[in-house]
Design a protein. Structure first.
Length: 539
């Protein structure tokens, strides 16, 4: 261990063969996720661009577009609508935020996983026992993350080209996707060098992501803060205006972000020791034994901090949504054409408070389902890192351990949905949006079975395919949503869980669909517990 962290001046330089081996290891760790995320981003973008030609092309006159662009709530939530009379401009405006967030969140989580996560698990100690240096591993990880970001951006641009949009706009938007996602990836690598543990690195990077997104919303919604768009990657993509002005300067500024962050990460790696960070932490502190008296208490303790972070993020978003409901309703009242187009696209009732809330609650199951999948994926990661070994050595049934984790995660999903309901109701109450607390709670509870279905899928994978818990757990929410949106016929669309929940509170609940989803979830959880009790520990 000590030899692995001696000053680099006396260490043999990394040879070509060793460099290739380390690089291939980094690529192997990211290739599967990169392909999945690139396919999702490209698929979403291509579908919306193709849908535009059949549903919206020629349906919006200049007065309607001007009204949309001047609405502060629309600008705050989705960015300034530009070039909406083209398929490319409409697609960038409609899918820009989801695509950038999906790519950025995956890359920042992956960056901390393949750097600080591998280091915390002790696997970098073995690599550094030879002629490798810590900085060599960091550089190879940065290269792998850069290739992943380029893959996502290229496939998004190719999807836009396939849909027949302008090549210049497609190229600029693809570059913007690469710039934003790579910025968050490099920020994750830097945080992994600065912070002493992976959870701390993830928390720091996610906080940076939140600040960047907030600055983008302020720059677009408050004219006096328009300058702040130049200090956030999200705002720079908006300022590049693909398919409209096609500006190069904002993208040149955007390119500075990942270069600076990557350089800082390399410098930090040269000046720190293995299993430590630039930020020092106390080595001694009073023992904290609360909630350690039982397996259930331990599961609650493990979930408290990450769940609180998810609650803050979800509640902040839905508080903002609730606060703009009144403005959105006024917009639809003055521009009835948009309400008609939304109804034609399958979002009827957006011109009412209940209908608008129902449309937003239909998306709530995606983050809460991903929360459930990541919580069980964390359990597998801890198992691989042998943090569960002490518990497994005790006379405690394995189903008891997994069952408590699943139950606590289910409670976390309920808490997230409740927080979203209270937040959107609070925002609407402040601004006079006309959404009742009963309607908000009903709408949030209506989509909860979809998130719990993701928990069931993750529990099933926990028992039988532990290395795939995160991917399988995300299928019901991410795959189900995409299937519901792009299915060419009703028969395929019915395979999505989103097709089996009604638009509550704008419509009565579909109790048959809710019951079916609940039964499927229970069956998957039971099957997962059976598999978990029979399989060997993962390594």
């Amino acid at each position: 261990m000590t030899a692995a962290v001696l000053p680099t001046s006396g260490v043999t330089p990394l040879g070509p063969a060793a460099g290739r081996a380390v690089g291939m290891l980094a690529f192997r760790q990211v290739r599967r996720g990169a392909l999945v995320v690139a396919a999702l981003c490209a698929g979403m973008t291509t579908f919306v661009a193709a849908q535009y030609e059949s549903m919206f092309h020629g349906a919006l006159d200049q007065s309607s577009l001007r009204a949309l662009a001047d609405n502060p709530a629309i600008r705050t939530l989705f960015g300034p609508p530009v070039a909406l009379d083209t398929a490319g401009g409409f697609t960038v405006w409609r899918t820009g935020v989801p695509v950038l967030l999906l790519a950025s969140v995956w890359l920042l989580l992956t960056a901390t996983r393949i750097t600080r996560g591998e280091e915390d698990a002790g696997r970098w100690s073995l690599l550094l026992a030879g002629p490798l240096r810590l900085v060599d591993l960091v550089v190879r990880c940065l290269i792998a993350l850069g290739v992943s970001a380029a893959l996502i951006g290229c496939l998004v641009a190719i999807g836009l080209l396939a849909a027949g949009t302008d090549p210049t706009g497609a190229a600029l938007y693809g570059i913007g996707v690469v710039g934003v996602s790579l910025t968050l990836a490099c920020a994750g690598v830097l945080a992994a060098q600065v912070m002493p543990s992976r959870p701390a690195a993830v928390g720091l990077t996610v906080a940076g992501l939140g600040v960047g997104l907030l600055l983008r919303m302020l720059s677009d919604g408050v004219p006096t803060l328009a300058w702040s768009a130049w200090v956030t990657p999200f705002g720079l993509v908006v300022r590049s205006a693909p398919y409209a002005d096609n500006r190069i300067a904002p993208l040149l500024v955007l390119a500075v972000f990942p270069v600076v962050l990557a350089t800082a990460a390399v410098i930090a790696a040269r000046h720190r020791d293995l299993d430590s960070g630039i930020v020092a932490v106390r080595t001694r502190r009073p023992p904290r034994v609360w909630l350690l008296g039982s397996v259930g208490g331990f599961a609650v303790r493990r979930a408290l901090r990450p769940t609180l972070g998810w609650v803050i993020g979800v509640a902040a978003y839905f508080l903002l949504i609730g606060a703009v409901i009144a403005t959105i309703l006024d917009f639809f009242e003055q521009n009835r054409r948009f309400a008609e187009l939304a109804a034609a696209a399958g979002f009827a009732g957006l011109d009412t408070a209940n209908g608008f809330a129902a449309a937003l609650f239909s998306l709530l199951a995606i983050p809460t389902g991903l929360y459930a999948a990541t919580r069980l994926a964390t359990m597998v990661a801890d198992e691989k890192a042998r943090r569960w070994t002490a518990l497994f050595s005790r006379p405690i049934p394995r189903n008891h351990l997994a069952g408590n984790e699943i139950a606590v995660t289910a409670v976390g999903v309920i808490v997230l949905h409740t927080a979203a309901a209270l937040a959107i109701w609070g925002g609407a109450a402040i601004t006079g949006g006309g959404l009742g607390i009963g309607a908000a709670l009903a709408g949030a509870a209506n989509t909860m079975p979809i998130a719990l279905l993701a928990l069931g899928a993750a529990a099933l994978a926990l028992g039988w395919l532990p290395s795939w818990v995160g991917a399988i757990g995300s299928i019901p929410v991410v795959g189900g949503f995409l299937l519901h949106a792009v299915a060419p016929n009703d028969m395929l669309a019915r395979l999505s869980p989103f097709a089996h929940v009604a638009a509550v509170p704008n419509a009565p609940p579909d109790w048959t669909g809710v019951a079916a989803l609940t039964l499927i979830t229970a069956a998957m959880v039971a099957a997962g517990l059976v598999g978990y009790s029979r399989r060997d520990l993962t390594t």
